[in-house]
Design a protein around this ligand. Sequence first.
Ligand SMILES: CC(C)(COP(=O)(O)OP(=O)(O)OC[C@H]1O[C@@H](n2cnc3c(N)ncnc32)[C@H](O)[C@@H]1OP(=O)(O)O)[C@@H](O)C(=O)NCCC(=O)NCCS
Length: 274
Amino acid sequence: MPLTFAAMQPAHLPGAMRLSADAGWPHREEDWRLVLDISRGFAALQEGEVVATALATPFGDAAMVNMVIVDASLRRMGIARAMMERVMAAANPASWHLVATDAGLPLYEAFGFRRTGEIAQHQGIVAAVRPSGEACWGTPADLEAIIGLDRAASGMDRAPMYSALSKVARIAVLRHCGGIAGHALVRDFGNGKVVGPVVASSVVAAQSLISFAMSEHAGAFLRVDTGRHTGLGAWLAQCGLPEAGRGIVMRAGTGASGPAGPVSVFALAAQALG
Ligand SMILES: CC(C)(COP(=O)(O)OP(=O)(O)OC[C@H]1O[C@@H](n2cnc3c(N)ncnc32)[C@H](O)[C@@H]1OP(=O)(O)O)[C@@H](O)C(=O)NCCC(=O)NCCS
């Protein structure tokens, strides 16, 4: 049966959600919509049915490839390769980024991506955690400072992502000398809530933000995707969020590698968004 390729649109979301659910991903239609709203990409259609998806989210000079899924009955036929070719031909960022599943690794290596790190997916029912610092809820007036802090930590301009997230997330902040020294967004995602991005100057500051978010959601199902290098993993497990999976951080292109500034990204917005 021949395939056609179309620019991905909201009308494709129910079909896209069927693909992600079949792949064991927890995304709700709202989670897909949030990514699609700030991304461009393609759906492959067979007799009107969505059988594959691939998106790219532009972040200034960088772009993140995400939501690459092929219907299980059509794998190993070159469809993901065809989708990746289309997505990467449609943009020309200095650097490409993604978080790969084990299944996606060989595909991305064929496109010049190389492994730069690993993400641990922690999730579970939050224990009764006491906030360990001075974090508090922020206000919409903090958004600009938060976007600036993220730029310093990620090296990317993720303003459109933060605008979209701010409509559905609560934002915990650490204030210092009248400015924002760290932040953590909390929003509904999949079958619970996710804490991320978390941007902070130290692991202690990140714990302060996350423990505050946890204290406000005791008993809820919470997910935190954190780089293995952050050192948060054992603490998250003690708080009721054991490791439940992993992702492989990959990048391609010539852009400079991430900044080594005073703040770092301690948790991802989503594996799709970094
Ligand atoms: C990963 C995935 C998108 C690959 O889709 P696909 O259409 O089967 O991939 P393709 O047929 O285009 O294969 C592309 C290349 O990767 C290789 N490849 C694909 N799956 C592979 C696997 N499981 N093991 C080894 N190699 C694999 C193919 O050999 C091919 O290389 P080649 O062209 O040099 O032969 C698909 O398995 C999938 O949807 N998995 C579930 C969702 C997922 O994990 N997505 C990745 C998110 S990061």
